[in-house]
Design a binder for this molecule. Structure first.
Ligand code: F6R
Length: 243
């Protein structure tokens, strides 16, 4: 695990965008594993800038997102499909048909989840997975538990996650309590992983990435088993690191 620490979130975002752009330049039809939330927002802004400057071409790129709220359709302004369209896809030359976000609405979410794993497999796996991290150490919506799922599944959100995400909704009651999320298996199978964290609220979870343990109770620590993880941090998120 490599730690890259920057003074500001903007610098960290520019660095992450460059890592992502490099993957696409090396492989035009790269499969990007993407995250939503505030952590990668700056990176998306930066990569759009690079696209506009002609430095990166999305025409052959494919994407699979980590997660989606159960109960929200893609036209809901807090759905992760909507987030991706408005923060990235509408601004670059990606073919929307090549962008995939798990479905949070449907008769049989388990069958849809299974189909999502098959889709990832049929795409040949993920070339680079972008991750944020929850203050409780979650990645995707793989929340702290005794056991974690390898496959895409419906997850019950922890109260602290609902609390943290309430800032995007009118009230806490509006935050969905469940989400469909990629499992730990697809994440760890990605060829390369970029984890972005910013702000003091993430410092403790980030510290767990440095310490010498893995635990399903801090799901992000499982990333220590992966050979190519870059953790991109601003100073606040890195403030508890000791090495
Ligand atoms: C989002 C996701 C989540 C977030 C995490 C951090 O697709 O999978 O794991 O990355 O909750 O959220 P932010 O970046 O909003 O602090």
């Amino acid at each position: 695990m490599k730690f890259k620490i920057f003074e500001t979130y903007e610098e960290a975002s520019a660095y992450s965008a460059e890592l992502l752009a490099e993957v696409i330049r090396t492989k035009r039809d790269a499969v990007l594993g993407l995250a939503t939330g505030s952590s990668p927002e700056g990176m998306y802004k930066e990569i759009i800038r690079r696209y506009e400057a002609g430095d990166v071409d999305f025409s052959q790129v494919k994407s699979v997102n980590l997660d989606e709220y159960v109960g929200l359709t893609g036209d809901h302004d807090q759905s992760y499909r909507y987030f991706m369209d408005t923060h990235l896809f509408n601004h670059v030359n990606i073919n929307k048909a090549n962008t995939h976000v798990p479905q949070g609405v449907g008769q049989d979410l388990a069958a849809l989840a299974k189909a999502y794993d098959e889709l990832i497999e049929n795409l040949g796996g993920i070339d680079v997975q972008v991750l944020g991290i929850g203050a409780n150490g979650h990645i995707g919506f793989n929340e702290p538990e005794h056991e974690l799922h390898l496959k895409t599944h419906v997850a019950e959100l922890k109260p602290e996650t609902i609390e943290a995400n309430a800032r995007f909704f009118e009230s806490r009651e509006d935050v969905p309590t469940k989400a469909v999320t990629m499992g730990i298996g697809a994440i760890l199978s990605a060829k390369k992983i970029i984890l972005i964290a910013s702000g003091e609220s993430k410092a403790e979870a980030v510290k767990a990435l440095e310490d010498d343990f893995i635990s399903t109770h801090v799901p992000a620590t499982l990333l220590k088993l992966h050979a190519d993880v870059t953790v991109v941090l601003d100073q606040e998120a890195a403030s508890l690191l000791t090495k």
